[in-house]
Design a protein around this ligand. Structure first.
Ligand code: FAD
Ligand code: DHB
Length: 392
């Protein structure tokens, strides 16, 4: 089967689906190609913190109805260390901005439903996805669906296929510069059917390692604890997870973590990664396909949304005025913000985790950083403006 469209989008994660939605509002045609099933994509538990700008965009473009009803608006977060909690008042420090807790899979559900309701093409369970022709004037995506070969011819390809996708590796070797850092630890994450133990998120730096208390709803708690890169999940029965979390969140005054049935668990590796530029010919990379941040600070999903907002505007300018200026500036516009967010995610990660090779000096300096952060308005404000999201 042969299809012709304006923009061929590879990947139906937050980046691909939001791009398809924004383009549709601009009257630009697209085809979305995803290799996983709809259920798989919608049930994948990942990020859960939406920046103010992501929330505003969803509401403004008509996909925020459920988010407005079910999202939990948080005006502060807690930083906990040395047995003491310290609140960072995001709202007061940013002139009234906040974050919203709403699972990435819920964002994906809302965007998938919107796409399907629009009647525009979205293919799940595609096999052998292959992109070509983007270095010339003939971008093309080939794939197999329900046993049949398909070909999409388009003006542009948007590579929204995540870190392990096919688009970035299809770019000629040598055309991209890769900047990368791996971290000597990972996160063990669990989703538990129990009411959150705190009204706000808690980021804890403890002798035994980092821990994070988050949530998905008034009945669902999301928790993470720092573990080794090759952690064996079978060595973590439920009681061990709860005992370890309880210890890492302990306070001098006493604090109890509510326990409940664990519904999902997984290990997330930590990496900082940027591929430059984010464009090659008529192929544009967006979201995790172009960059990865370590999860401390909750930026991955929000960065993906920021990229596709920039890309949709550039494509709209191309189709309405015939100007390629914004498309040519896509990579540098995005990267200026991407690197600021990389810095923030690296800084949060460095401040909150134990490093296997750290010296006594490093540990003292880390404590000083936390004490400065929680006692200086200037330092807290810097965290707050990054946490609620830098301007796009
Ligand atoms: P993705 O969500 O990865 O979407 C890419 C899509 O492309 C996927 O649906 C994939 O199936 C599809 N695809 C891949 N290859 C192909 C192909 N060949 N053909 C067609 N389709 C393809 N961020 C946080 O802020 N906090 C967290 O706690 C957090 N936890 C995470 C846990 C995990 C396990 C992972 C992997 C990421 C996590 N992130 C987290 C990061 C955040 O989820 C990502 O930054 C976000 O998903 C980026 O969106 P995206 O659309 O760019 O990529
Ligand atoms: C969540 C994930 C994060 O990486 C983070 O920094 C805060 C919250 C979450 O999944 O809820």
């Amino acid at each position: 089967m042969k299809l012709q469209t304006q923009v061929g989008i590879v990947g139906a994660g937050p980046a691909g689906l939001m791009l398809a939605h924004l383009l549709n509002l601009e009257g630009i045609e697209s085809v979305v190609i995803e290799n996983r099933s709809r259920d798989y994509v919608q049930e994948r538990v990942r990020a859960g913190v939406l920046e103010q700008g992501t929330v505003d965009l969803m509401i403004r473009t008509g996909v925020g109805e459920r988010l407005l009803r079910q999202g939990l608006v948080h005006k502060g977060i807690e930083i906990r260390f040395n047995g003491e909690g310290h609140r960072i008042d995001l709202h007061a420090l940013t002139g009234g901005r906040a974050i919203t807790i709403y699972g990435q899979n819920e964002v994906v559900k809302d965007l998938t439903e919107t796409r399907i309701a629009s009647g525009k093409p979205l293919f799940f369970e595609c096999e052998d996805v292959h992109v070509s022709g983007f270095d010339a004037e003939a971008p093309r995506i080939d794939f197999r669906h329900s046993g049949e070969g398909h070909q999409v011819r388009c003006d542009f390809i948007a590579g929204c296929d995540g870190f392990h996708g096919v688009c970035r590796p299809s770019i000629a070797t040598g055309a991209l510069t890769i900047y990368e850092r791996t971290y000597p630890f990972a996160w063990l994450g669990v989703l538990a059917r129990v009411a959150p133990s705190s009204d706000e998120l808690i980021y804890a730096n403890h002798e035994r390692g980092f821990a994070l208390h988050s949530m998905r709803s008034p009945q669902l708690t999301r928790l993470y604890l720092q573990c080794t890169v090759d952690e064996d999940l079978s060595a973590w029965p439920d009681d061990r997870i709860w005992d370890e979390l309880q210890r890492r969140f302990e306070t001098r005054r006493g604090w109890t973590l509510r326990r409940g049935p664990i519904e999902q668990r997984g290990v997330t590796p930590m990496r900082s990664f940027v591929a430059e530029p984010m464009q090659f010919g008529r192929l544009f990379l967006a979201g995790d396909a172009a960059h990865i941040v370590p999860p401390t600070g909750a930026k991955g999903l929000n960065l993906a949304i920021a990229d596709v907002l920039v890309l949709s505007k550039a494509l709209a300018e191309f189709y309405s005025h015939g100007s390629s200026d914004a498309l040519n500036g896509y990579s540098s516009t995005c990267l200026a913000r991407v690197w600021k967010v990389q810095r923030f995610s690296w800084w949060m990660t460095s401040m909150l985790h134990r490093f296997p090779d750290e010296t006594a000096f490093d540990r003292r300096r880390q404590t000083a950083e936390l004490e400065y952060l929680t006692s200086s308005r200037a330092a807290a404000q810097s965290l707050a403006e990054n946490y609620v999201g830098l301007p796009i």
